[in-house]
Write a protein that binds this ligand. Structure first.
Ligand code: SAM
Length: 227
């Protein structure tokens, strides 16, 4: 049971040329640009294969991408070579960032990355984000309200091109949920941390000042915070 199988199964996070990945970029691009008026230094935190890093570089931002997964960073570096990109991609942990304080004008945390973290861990991440942001820097977080999502999920819900949801198991304390995905050829399970909108916002308020919350669809959001 791991996220590796999940990311292998769904191109939306691993193939920047796929229509699923491009759809995510198209959805967020106008709101990112609206919030990021001044050019500056960007940390694409938990950058995955780097699609959003390249987008912002194209708009004139200086971007560093960090992800804990070596395979993701390897792929990001391959894309960077193809694109002649200057984005610096680094393997690193969002809970302990390898940067001095007040380094970045913007920190981005996109693609529902919150599901990787327990409350204690996400608290550590937000603390680090605050530390590496410059004074008046912005934190942009895109997340799915997992409580809403779980209330809507039904057995057989189709995900991507090949998979459907065959089982959902929510733990007793409703902190995590295991979702089982099946296709004609295989099946796998992933344990997600359950972050509802309220919980994300309460935690973020401990460290940042809320500026804006954009509702992207019935269950997903882009929130913008100032340090
Ligand atoms: N932000 C990217 C995007 O929107 O395409 C990737 C989103 S993907 C849902 C979540 C990413 O978080 C994965 O690439 C995973 O490796 C990364 N991740 C998980 N835990 C992490 C940690 N402690 N530090 C840094 N990255 C982490």
């Amino acid at each position: 049971m791991s996220f590796k199988e999940y990311y292998r199964a769904f191109k939306a996070y691993t193939d920047i040329n796929s229509k699923e990945y491009q759809r995510r970029i198209e959805e967020l691009e106008p709101y990112l640009l609206r919030a990021m008026k001044k050019k500056g230094k960007v940390l694409d935190l938990a950058c995955g294969v780097g699609g959003f890093s390249f987008l912002l570089e194209d708009y004139g931002f200086e971007v560093v991408g960090v992800d804990i997964d070596e395979e993701m960073i390897k792929k990001a570096i391959e894309y960077a070579k193809e694109k002649n990109s200057k984005v610096k991609f680094i393997v690193g942990d969002a809970r302990k960032l390898p940067f001095e304080g007040e380094t970045f004008d913007y920190v981005l945390f996109l693609g529902n990355t919150t599901v990787h973290f327990s409350p204690k861990e996400l608290n550590e991440v937000f603390k680090e984000v605050k530390r590496v942001l410059k004074k008046d820097g912005l934190f942009l977080i895109n997340f799915v309200d997992m409580r809403e999502l779980l209330s809507r999920v039904q057995m057989g819900t189709i995900v991507g091109e090949e998979y459907w949801i065959s089982r959902v198991m929510i733990d007793e304390g409703e902190k995590t949920a295991v979702i089982e995905y099946k296709s004609e050829k295989d099946s796998f399970r992933v344990r997600f941390a359950i972050w509802g909108k309220t919980a994300v916002e309460l935690l973020a308020k401990l460290y940042f000042t809320p500026l804006e919350s954009v509702k992207l669809d019935d269950i997903s959001y882009l929130n913008v915070y100032k340090k």
